[in-house]
Design a protein. Structure first.
Length: 209
């Protein structure tokens, strides 16, 4: 199985073919990190570009991300054994009072597809829990999502909780979600506004480059 085939199967969202391709590539002696970089991450960069160009929509991006994740799960043990470092670390969650997680899950998968280690706190995450996770995991980024206008103020509360723990300078705050705007992100003191999952992954990569 060629890396080009795995790359194409990710773009096509064919999870079974990605799994089979990754296994075959490993069996033939291809280095796990090369498979990660030249097939999975490269494919997800292309998926993100197609989404931003309007050629792909959320369903296509979601099935591609799931296919990438299927391949990544096979590679994880080999990457860990080879001590391959992630591009960076991100703590992510949906803010307190908000149970929506589809967008957050897609952002999480796109960030993984870009080479980041993601600590997903789930939905309905309190400001203190966000801050505690930052203290524990020491990420470069914390990502917050809200789908309801009524839960958007929890983003500001979370930034204040991070400040109260003395951690604000140690982490970049990224916010997004349907009702969230760039103006609102600036008002609450966030560092990054990501209107969608593709831009979240692209902006995070740019900042660690």
């Amino acid at each position: 199985m060629k890396l080009e085939d795995i790359y194409q199967h990710v773009i096509d969202g064919n999870a079974g073919a990605v799994e089979a391709g990754v296994k075959a590539a490993l069996a033939s002696g291809v280095d796990a990190n090369i498979i990660l970089q030249d097939a999975l991450i490269k494919a997800m960069a292309e998926v993100g570009q197609r989404f931003e160009n309007g050629d792909f929509f959320v369903p296509e991006m979601l099935i591609a991300a799931r296919a990438m994740k299927a391949g990544l799960e096979i590679l994880r043990p080999q990457l860990a054994a080879a001590n391959v470092k992630a591009l960076g670390k991100v703590v992510i969650g949906t803010v307190q009072g908000d149970l929506h997680d589809i967008g957050k899950n897609l952002v999480s998968m796109m960030l993984e597809g870009a080479g980041f280690e993601v600590i997903d706190l789930g939905a309905d995450v309190s400001p203190v829990k966000f801050a505690q996770a930052i203290r524990e995991h020491k990420p470069q980024f914390v990502g917050m999502s809200a789908l309801l206008t009524t839960t958007m103020p929890r983003m500001k509360d979370t930034i204040e909780a991070i400040e109260d723990m003395g951690l604000r300078r140690a982490v970049k705050v990224m916010v997004g979600g349907a009702p969230v705007t760039e103006k609102y992100a600036q008002q609450i003191g966030a560092d990054i506004y990501a209107p969608d999952a593709s831009s979240a992954a692209r902006l995070a990569r740019q900042l660690v480059a």
